[in-house]
Ligand binder design. Structure first.
Ligand SMILES: [Zn+2]
Length: 368
C-alpha cells in the first residue's frame, strides 16, 4: 500500500462522531449576511466578521458563540431558513469525515414553533442520510439564561410532539448564576419521559460542584465541558471508574485566554489532565464556524496542542461511538467498520506525528 496521506488529510477522512455542536454555531458567514438581507436587518460585512474567529485580528475582542446565537435565533423566521442552515452544516460536516452528529438547539429562542423547526430539520437530516451517509439527531437544549419554567415548557413541547430524530435534552448558555440544579424540574420531567440527559457543567472555569450536581442530583449521562473536575482528584477518579463521557472542546476560549502558550496546554490544560486520569473524553467543536474549527481541526488540536498520538485519537473516536445515543447494534457496526477504516487510512499516512518526549504521554486506555 502506498503511503500518500498527509496528517491533515488523514484527520479529515477518518470517520468520527460530533456530540457537542450548537446548530447555529455552524452558520456560514455568507448565510448570516443573506438572512439579514432577506429580512432587512442591518448587518455589514464588518459586523458579521466580528462573530467569526477566523477574521479576528490580534487583541481584538470577538463577540463569541453566545452573541452569535442571540443574533441568529431572531433572524431565522421561516422553516426554509432552518432547512438551509441544516443542509449547509451537514455538507460541511460530511466534508470533514463526520458520520454522526447530535445537534444542540434552543427551542425557547426560536421565532417559529418547536414542532415546525423539528420537522424542518428532520426533513434535511433524512435527505442527508440518503445523499451523504451522515446521520444527524437533535438535542433540544435549555437556555439557562431564561427561567426554569420556560425549560419545563420546552420539555412539554418535546413530550407532546415526540420525534425519532429527537434524543434527549441538554443545557447551555452562561452558567454563572444558573447552575444546573435550578432546572431540576425540566430534567426530571424529561427523565420520566425516557429522554436522554446531558448538560453543560463547569464551563468558563466554574466550580467542579456543577459536575457533581449534574451527575448525582440531575442524573446526567454525559457532561459537556466539565473541565474543573480536575480540581477534585476524587471526583475525577470516580468519573474515570464510572466511565462518564465528557465532551471536550479543544477550541474552548476560556483556557485559550488563561494559557495562551500552547506548551503549557500539554502540562496544565484540563483536557490533557482528564485523559491522563483515564477519563472518557470525546473531542468536540461547540460552535463550528464561529470558533473557526471543524471535525478535522478539532483532532489536529488534540495532536498539536495536547500531544495525543494516533492511538489516543483512535481511542477518542471509540469513546465517541460508545457515548452516542444510539442502539448498541448500530454502535457495534460502527466500531467494526469505522475502526477498520481508521486503521486502513493510518497505514497510508506518509508519516505519523512526532512528539517531544518531554511532553508526550499516551492516552491511558480505559477498560470500561
Ligand atoms: Zn457548548
Amino acid at each position: 500500500m502506498t503511503r500518500q496521506l498527509t496528517l491533515p488529510e488523514f484527520l479529515r477522512k477518518m470517520p468520527k462522531v460530533e456530540l457537542h455542536y450548537h446548530l447555529l454555531g455552524g452558520v456560514r458567514m455568507n448565510t448570516m449576511l443573506d438572512l439579514a438581507k432577506k429580512y432587512n436587518e442591518p448587518l455589514t460585512e464588518k459586523d458579521a466578521k466580528s462573530y467569526y474567529r477566523a477574521f479576528a485580528h490580534e487583541n481584538e475582542v470577538m463577540k463569541g458563540g453566545i452573541a452569535a446565537l442571540n443574533f441568529l435565533y431572531p433572524l431565522l423566521r421561516a422553516t426554509e431558513d432552518y432547512e438551509r442552515v441544516a443542509y449547509e452544516i451537514l455538507e460541511d460536516a460530511k466534508n470533514t469525515g463526520v458520520r454522526y452528529v447530535e445537534f444542540f438547539w434552543n427551542p425557547n429562542d426560536t421565532e417559529i414553533p418547536y414542532q415546525e423547526v423539528t420537522l424542518a430539520l428532520a426533513k434535511v437530516f433524512e435527505q442527508a442520510e440518503i445523499d451523504w451517509n451522515i446521520s444527524a439527531y437533535l438535542i433540544p437544549s435549555i437556555n439557562r439564561e431564561k427561567t426554569p419554567e420556560e425549560a419545563v415548557e420546552m420539555v412539554t413541547w418535546m413530550i407532546n410532539f415526540p420525534h425519532p430524530r429527537v434524543l434527549g435534552i441538554g443545557i447551555d448558555y452562561r452558567e454563572d448564576n444558573a447552575a444546573i440544579e435550578k432546572f431540576w424540574k425540566a430534567y426530571r420531567l424529561a427523565a420520566q419521559n425516557n429522554l436522554r440527559l446531558t448538560g453543560h457543567c463547569s464551563e468558563f472555569g466554574l466550580h467542579w460542584r456543577n459536575v457533581e450536581t449534574g451527575l448525582d442530583l440531575i442524573g446526567l449521562e454525559r457532561i459537556d465541558h466539565g473541565y474543573t473536575v480536575v480540581e477534585n482528584a476524587e471526583l475525577m477518579a470516580r468519573c474515570a471508574k464510572e466511565a462518564i463521557p465528557f465532551t471536550v472542546v479543544p477550541s474552548n476560549t476560556f483556557f485559550m485566554k488563561k494559557w495562551p502558550n500552547h506548551s503549557e496546554w500539554q502540562i496544565n490544560h484540563p483536557i490533557r489532565q482528564m485523559a491522563k486520569a483515564g477519563m472518557i473524553i470525546i473531542p468536540a467543536t461547540d460552535d463550528w464556524h464561529m470558533h473557526d474549527t471543524n471535525g478535522q481541526k478539532c483532532y489536529q488540536s488534540m495532536i498539536k496542542d495536547f500531544g495525543f498520538d494516533l492511538d489516543g485519537v483512535r481511542q477518542c473516536i471509540l469513546n465517541g461511538i460508545n457515548a452516542a445515543w444510539q442502539p448498541e447494534t448500530t454502535k457495534a457496526k460502527w466500531r467494526q467498520e469505522w475502526l477498520t477504516e481508521f486503521d486502513t487510512l493510518r497505514a497510508q499516512l506518509i508519516e505519523e506525528p512526532q512528539f517531544d518526549n518531554a511532553f508526550h504521554t499516551p492516552y491511558q486506555l480505559n477498560n470500561h
